[in-house]
Design a protein around this ligand. Structure first.
Ligand code: 13P
Length: 260
């Protein structure tokens, strides 16, 4: 079964009410004008905007996601948001293990796994982020790091339907620098092979693997044309509706003809 591409926007800590409403409204218009768009689209606004954006995107076909969640469903965790809360707001996805959480908040692989599991328990699809730092790449450790994060961040019960992998080299995030297409292809091929080992061939074949890191309209097609790149996780360029939409247009025609 072909994998349906996913174009995912991570708004990070950006936007007040009016900004989010404007962006969501513009995306809604674009999606409404393309009812047969051959890809899934998801945006992950800051928690404060999810409710408002959910109302605007309702019925548009654009899905919502959270940028993180707690590993437990409820309890005394001041300031945290649980996966059932995200689901309650209408989210279908939750991003876990983003490098900005791993480095800024000390999220370990074990914690990422717990968060992903909490997401699955709440009926969400977990987008599990992995990727090497610049020093790790320079040290020739990219595949080791990716293997370790993948092996330890995937929760029991993960499968091709409830889990998406996002390969985001840390040094490419927000820098304007990207790996070459060949480098992305090598890592995605490697991830797919590891998924075959852990999930089995059928589930691995259904699992979407996204590329993220300075993806823009001008470079998206180079990555999206690769056989094991099943979409993108986009930060900065997802804050402009036209850019985000243009990235989706970089999907190759072969993938564009994939049926529902
Ligand atoms: P940029 O697209 O801004 O590099 O961010 C990528 C990212 O971190 C998405 O999660």
């Amino acid at each position: 079964m072909p994998r349906r591409p996913l174009i995912a926007g991570n708004w990070k800590m950006n936007g007040l009410g009016e900004d989010g409403a404007r962006l969501a409204g513009a995306l809604r218009e674009l999606m409404t004008a393309a009812p047969d768009a051959p890809f899934d689209m998801m945006v992950a606004p800051p928690f404060t905007l999810i409710g408002r954006v959910a109302e605007i995107l309702s019925g548009s076909g654009i899905e919502l996601g959270g940028q993180d969640c707690h590993g437990e469903a409820s309890g005394a965790h001041t300031g945290d948001i649980s996966a059932p809360m995200l689901a309650d707001l209408g989210c279908r996805y939750v991003i876990v293990g983003h490098s900005e959480r791993r480095t800024g908040h000390g999220d370990t692989d074990a914690l990422v796994r717990a968060k992903a599991r909490a997401g699955l328990d709440a009926g969400l699809t977990a987008i599990v982020c992995i990727g090497e730092t610049e020093a790790e790449r320079d040290g020739g450790k990219t595949l080791d790091v990716v293997a370790q994060q993948l092996g330890q961040s995937l929760p029991p019960g993960a499968d091709g339907a409830n889990t998406v992998i996002a390969y985001e080299p840390v040094w490419a995030i927000g820098t304007g620098r990207t790996p070459t297409g060949e480098e992305v292809r090598d890592v995605h091929d490697f991830i797919r092979a590891r998924l075959v080992d852990t999930l089995g061939g059928d589930e691995a074949g259904m699992t979407r693997i996204l590329y993220g890191g300075s993806m823009k309209p001008g470079n998206a097609a180079e990555f999206l044309k690769l056989a094991d790149v099943d979409g993108g996780l986009i930060g900065g360029a997802s804050l402009e509706a036209e850019d985000f939409w243009a990235i989706a247009q970089g999907l190759p025609l072969a993938i564009s003809s994939v049926p529902d």
